[in-house]
Design a protein around this ligand. Structure first.
Ligand code: ADP
Ligand code: MG
Length: 288
């Protein structure tokens, strides 16, 4: 494509809320055949709601929720926000966490009132057996957050998150535009991934860590595919950078993801995605 045609398209994108960091990404998009999508915050609303608080070792519900929300106090993850909102609704005051650390794609850890609190995925906590209560929540397609106090399992929180309403239509359009393979990549559990992917008629892989997402991008690239990766979180940043075209959900996305990506959607709207693909294809077609 001529530099002028590219520039015109980058400008056209900007008008619609698409931040395109260079014409070469339009070139790559025009021949993209594989789209990998993060789930939490990207395909889903990014505003999960806490639905269940299940103590497993004798703590009261409010106490469990208060400890978890205090540990999550400074996390930017959408699930952390859900935990804090639930605590707020129950009018629980949060405690000040110390030694807060976050492990992207896994969860958080902090000392609260001298107790070490961990909130995170099954994989982060490395427990070997899923409690029956938790399995029942998983089978409802909910996202689970396990809570440990001083290394012992203290309870489980569950959150539900709806798909973004424009996502199914946008994905159907992309298939029509020749994106042959669309796959959901998530750190969430198998059942939740299956429920979301099933609604969209796309493939999925669950229980992934950030390093798994980047490995999968590389595997498809090794097959000669041109890979587009779409994500919102800190945990997606390495895979966004590795993809031929990394696209960040900009409106809610973390700064780290926007920085790592090649294109950002500045409005929180999936219908921008087919628009972007069409701009790319038109640009390349005009100049060929
Ligand atoms: P996705 O890949 O779908 O965007 P993430 O990789 O962000 O999901 O998170 C994967 C899983 O790790 C979540 O389902 C949750 O169990 C756990 N997790 C991640 N961050 C947090 C957090 N801040 N608090 C609690 N759990 C978390
Ligand atoms: Mg995410």
């Amino acid at each position: 494509a001529t530099p002028i045609a590219m520039l015109a398209s980058v400008g056209a994108g900007a008008k619609h809320g698409l931040l395109i960091k260079g014409g070469r990404y339009l070139e790559l998009l025009a021949k993209a055949d594989t789209l990998l999508i993060d789930k939490t915050g990207t395909l889903t609303s990014g505003k999960p709601r806490l639905t269940d608080v299940v103590p497993l070792n004798g703590l009261g519900k409010d106490e469990l929720l208060r400890l978890a929300a205090s540990a999550e106090r400074y996390s930017e993850h959408p699930l952390a926000e859900a935990v804090r909102s639930a605590a707020l609704e129950r009018e629980l005051s949060l405690l000040e966490p110390r030694d807060f650390s976050t492990d992207p794609g896994r969860g958080v850890r902090a000392a609260v009132n001298g107790v070490t609190i961990e909130v995170g995925s099954w994989r982060m906590l490395g427990e070997d057996e899923i409690p029956a209560r938790a399995a029942a929540l998983e089978s409802q397609g909910k996202t689970l957050l396990y809570v440990r106090t001083n290394g012992a399992l203290a309870g489980v929180l569950a959150a539900a998150d709806a798909l973004r309403p424009e996502a199914p239509g946008a994905l159907a359009e992309l298939k029509g535009l020749g994106v042959k393979h669309i796959e959901l990549l998530t750190g969430d559990n198998e059942r939740t991934a299956q429920a979301a992917a099933g609604q969209l008629g796309i493939a999925y892989r669950a229980n992934l860590l950030p390093e798994d997402k980047i490995r999968i991008v590389k595997e498809y690239q090794a097959e000669g595919r041109t890979v587009v990766m779409m994500g919102d979180g800190v945990n997606d940043a390495p895979a966004l950078a590795q993809a031929n075209v990394g696209i960040a959900m900009g409106a809610y996305g973390s700064d780290v993801a926007i920085e790592a990506a090649h294109i950002a959607l500045l409005r929180d709207d999936w219908s921008l995605l087919p628009r972007l693909f069409r701009i790319a294809r038109r640009t390349m077609h005009v100049v060929k």
